[in-house]
Design a protein. Structure first.
Length: 132
């Protein structure tokens, strides 16, 4: 693990490209619905214990990396946009968009409160973690 001396993000490789801006996760939740922070904390609590997970904030999202990025959480005004990857197209609820990206599919879910966070969503994210 390498720590960028400018933005203090954890990186896997010394020359890894990244958007070098010093931002905290808390900064991303300013002026957003309070429920979103609770929702993110619940996600983080579950995912942080998975094998070799590194979490860092960028200028507009939180990135979860295993060997590669497997989850991107972007706080919006009233929702969290979760982007994760799969080997096949996902069209079932709660997926709102599934787009082919290289050899995988990029999937999006939007959540507004804790009640929407289900075991199915964790399962989809876990599969993304496993293929990263």
């Amino acid at each position: 693990m390498i720590i960028c001396s400018k933005c203090e993000r954890e990186l896997r490789n010394p020359n890894q490209w990244h958007n070098c801006v010093k931002v905290t996760i808390g900064d991303l939740f300013k002026n957003k619905a309070e429920e979103l922070e609770y929702l993110f904390d619940r996600l983080l609590t579950e995912i942080i214990d998975w094998e070799n997970v590194v979490v860092s904030a960028t200028k507009n999202c939180v990135v979860f990396v295993h060997n590669k990025t497997f989850l991107i959480v972007r706080p919006m005004k009233t929702q969290l946009d979760l982007k994760f990857y799969s080997e096949t197209e996902q069209t079932e609820f709660p997926i709102i968009k599934s787009v082919k990206w290289n050899s995988k599919y990029e999937n999006h879910i939007r959540l507004a409160n804790l009640e929407e966070l289900s075991p199915n969503i964790y399962s989809l994210i876990k599969k993304s973690h496993q293929i990263s």
